[in-house]
Design a protein around this ligand. Structure first.
Ligand SMILES: Cc1cc2nc3c(=O)[nH]c(=O)nc-3n(C[C@H](O)[C@H](O)[C@H](O)COP(=O)(O)OP(=O)(O)OC[C@H]3O[C@@H](n4cnc5c(N)ncnc54)[C@H](O)[C@@H]3O)c2cc1C
Length: 287
């Protein structure tokens, strides 16, 4: 339960952080809230020799509007997302999701950036970012690039981030006014990761679904964007037969592990149940 020894670095700018990571090489890791990384270090599942703490970089914090997007700094905490008036107005799904992450102690310190950059399929925000069509701006010594959340996750704890790069902001297109949204998460107890969870954002027009996007959490090695399930419900009135077809399409792309949260087949079925509930809630909320 005691991590190995490491050197601690506290840069005050993105350039300094990126320079440190490049100079220190493979044995250096960015540190955000530490609520995923420090437990891994205590279990010796991660043994970085250098931690580059991003907490001293003011540029990495904050939530702002930018045209039709909302841009969130990676060091913004889950607690700050819960309390943001801008997000409550523009992307209320993020508040709903944040409130389902862990407990207040974790949310006070855990950050959006750490949650999405971690690559843990159990983290809730990645599938939500895929559902929302978000993109990640990343910075390394060789410059900046933007990566779609839908292209970011390559395997459990494997992402498109190159060594030495940090996530510098998360850009989310604001869903259409009147959109319906929901995040349904099955967990064994308060503070647990998802057995299975589903995010839905949709718009309705004249009783039919005009647009729909669906993300699934913790039912594969990566978060999933359920494109075919969303295609099935688009143009429908979300009647029972359509929901059943969408659920079957979503279940078909899952490949969960059998673990303490249940056998694989159960978790796949729970993903379907969460999706059916999320579709119904999103439809009921759409204006
Ligand atoms: C008891 C408990 C319960 C939890 N339950 C949930 C839950 O239900 N759902 C959920 O989603 N999460 C849960 N978490 C995880 C929590 O939300 C973490 O805070 C979060 O996943 C990671 O954020 P962090 O700021 O703590 O990141 P850290 O732990 O500091 O970092 C996580 C990883 O991301 C990397 N990283 C961080 N920031 C950047 C960046 N800007 N650029 C590049 N790489 C970066 C780090 O190097 C590290 O590899 C739980 C944690 C605990 C302790």
């Amino acid at each position: 339960m005691i991590p190995g020894s490491f050197a601690y670095h506290r840069p005050t700018s993105v350039n300094e952080a990126v320079g440190l990571l490049a100079d220190l090489g493979d044995e250096a890791r960015p540190l955000a809230g530490g609520h995923s990384l420090i437990p891994m270090m205590k279990l010796r599942l991660a043994t970085p020799e250098h931690l580059v703490d991003l907490a001293g970089i003011p540029h990495l914090k904050g939530i702002r509007s930018d045209g039709g997007d909302v841009v969130i700094g990676p060091m913004t905490t889950q607690h700050e997302i819960v309390g943001s008036d801008l997000l409550a107005e523009k992307i209320p799904l993020l508040r709903e999701v944040s409130l389902l992450i862990a407990d207040p102690q974790v949310r006070y310190v855990g950050t959006l950036g750490g949650n999405v950059a971690n690559g843990d399929p159990g983290n809730d925000m990645p599938a939500v970012m895929m559902c929302l069509g978000a993109s990640y701006q990343v910075v390394g010594r060789s410059g900046e690039r933007s990566i779609a959340a839908r292209d970011f996750y390559r395997g459990a704890y494997v992402t498109a981030l190159n060594p030495g790069e940090i996530l510098a902001s998360v850009r989310i297109p604001v869903p259409a006014a009147g959109h319906g949204f929901a995040y349904e998460k099955l967990k064994r107890k308060v503070g647990d990761y998802a057995t299975a969870a589903a995010a839905v954002v949709l718009t309705m027009s004249g009783g039919t679904v005009a647009t729909c996007s669906i993300g699934l959490t913790n039912v594969a090695a990566t978060p999933l964007w359920a494109e075919e399930a969303a295609r099935i419900v688009t143009g429908s009135a979300l009647d029972t037969a359509i929901v059943q077809r969408a659920v079957a399409a979503a279940e078909a792309i899952t490949s969960p592990a059998s673990d303490g949260r249940g056998p694989a087949h159960y978790r796949t079925k729970m993903a379907g149940v969460m999706l059916a509930r999320a579709l119904a809630s999103a439809k009921a909320r759409a204006r």
